[in-house]
Design a protein around this ligand. Structure first.
Ligand SMILES: Cc1cc2nc3c(=O)[nH]c(=O)nc-3n(C[C@H](O)[C@H](O)[C@H](O)COP(=O)(O)O)c2cc1C
Length: 417
């Protein structure tokens, strides 16, 4: 078994002889997001950290997502009375503490045993939006219940990120469950007809650690075991119900009919087998007909696609290149924001993710027209460092940096232009 989770942390104050009280030890807060990233890189097993970190191909866009932000300079105003700044804002009608939200990332229990449960609680405590991945290691019902268990006045808002499956019944079932359990929006990811080529995953024969499953498909798991008893390997490998939980790890990763040399990633094979690569604009209308929830398109990079999304009456446009994990050499997301804002104006909300590691990055994204930004990897770094508290620390750190950037720039309110 390659999966190995290091002891969470050293107790700092546990044996304090001056006191009889048992203190609950906390790890020290780190000084910036780079240190959280470094912790993950030094403490998780190679296949896991590679899966979380890697971008597609030569990772040009991965570097570019981050490198683009410093190219925008902030020119500060002076003497503006910045003693009070307002960073609260409304997203899809709900007031959140600041425009920093949580992007969907798959397989969070590889970063921390509590995975999505910890992230959902941190989202509520930070009073923000969490988008849950279809490929979560905690089911969508348990995730939102964990968030809702945090007492008021803390409150999170939960969106469900949807991959459309070739099997329409599965897609319909996910939408229905998201609706029943209290999610507020369906975030349809539109940049992933196939999985991008992530070479570290291919090299590592990346697969889900054997103690985890894709929990939204747990109900298919028993069926899958029955199939295993009754069928030969090849039939089993081709069966939806069996592959849905990604528990057929050795079979999918190595089976001669599904894994070709150079395509040895279980998750890449999962997409090839199960995810619908035939989506069109008609799919958006189908989803809108099949849900009362708000609909957001995630993975838009072009102004003409953004205009088309507005014509299809979506509630939000999410500018994203999937954390540079899909098509390499696409532009950094921040580079596309102004031109997309120009065509969308205020016809629907605009979100942006990709490469955000500083409060100044967030300040720039809001200044250029985003209603909110979303964090992918930084949440995983916080999760790996200290679970729920680590995620909350990452969010608070960026919030503090954002407030500081505003004050130093002479800006007291984050109005969308
Ligand atoms: C490890 C990992 C898993 C991801 N899983 C999903 C997913 O299941 N669905 C999805 O729409 N996007 C997924 N994404 C993309 C993120 O939602 C987001 O677009 C991206 O991470 C933002 O860039 P950042 O990591 O630089 O913040 C994933 C990204 C990473 C790094």
């Amino acid at each position: 078994m390659y999966f190995f989770y290091k002891a969470p942390h050293l107790a700092l104050f546990a044996n304090n002889k001056m006191s009889d009280k048992v203190s609950i030890s906390r790890k020290p807060k780190l000084i910036n997001l780079h240190e959280y990233e470094e912790y993950l890189q030094n403490n998780l097993p190679k296949p896991v950290r590679d899966y979380y970190h890697s971008g597609a191909n030569d990772m040009i866009t991965l570097r570019e997502n981050r490198a683009a932000f410093p190219r925008y300079a902030i020119i500060p105003r002076i003497l503006r009375d910045v003693s009070t700044v307002n960073i609260r804002r409304k997203i899809l009608g709900n007031e959140i503490s600041c425009p920093i939200c949580i992007a969907p990332t798959a397989l969070q229990k590889m970063a921390h045993p509590e995975g999505e449960l910890a992230t959902a609680r941190a989202a509520a405590r930070f009073n923000t939006v969490m988008a849950l991945s279809s490929l979560s290691t905690t089911c969508l019902e348990d995730t939102i219940n964990a968030g809702k268990s945090i007492p008021a006045p803390d409150q999170g808002f939960y969106w469900f990120q949807l991959y459309a499956y070739k099997n329409e019944e599965i897609t319909r079932d996910l939408i229905q469950r998201a609706e029943t359990s209290g999610y507020q929006a369906i975030v349809l990811t539109v940049d992933t007809p196939m999985l991008g080529r992530r070479e570290p995953d291919l090299r590592n024969y990346f697969s889900l650690p054997s103690h985890l499953i894709l929990a939204n498909f747990q109900k298919y798991y028993q069926k899958s075991l029955e199939n295993k008893k009754n069928h030969d390997e090849e039939t089993v490998c081709k069966t939806d119900t069996n592959t849905l939980t990604m528990n057929t790890r050795p079979t999918i990763a190595t089976h001669k009919t599904t894994a070709t040399p150079g395509n040895n990633s279980a998750i890449a094979n999962y997409f090839t087998l199960l995810i619908d690569d035939g989506l069109t604009w008609a799919t958006i209308d189908w989803i809108k007909r099949n849900t009362k929830l708000k609909v957001i398109l995630k993975g838009i990079l072009r102004p003409d696609d953004a205009a088309r999304a507005v014509e299809h009456a979506v509630d939000g446009i999410w500018i994203s290149n999937h954390g540079a994990r899909q098509l390499d050499t696409v532009p950094a997301t921040i580079e596309m924001l102004s031109s997309i804002k120009k065509v969308v104006r205020d016809k629907c909300e605009i979100y942006l993710d990709g490469g955000i590691t500083r409060g100044t990055d967030i300040f720039k994204a809001i200044a250029l027209g985003a209603n909110a930004v979303f964090l992918g990897r930084p949440v995983l770094w916080g999760l790996a460092y200290e679970g729920e508290e680590g995620v909350l620390d990452v969010l608070n750190l960026l919030k503090e940096e954002l407030v500081l950037a505003m004050k130093l720039a002479g800006c007291v309110d984050l109005k969308v232009r």
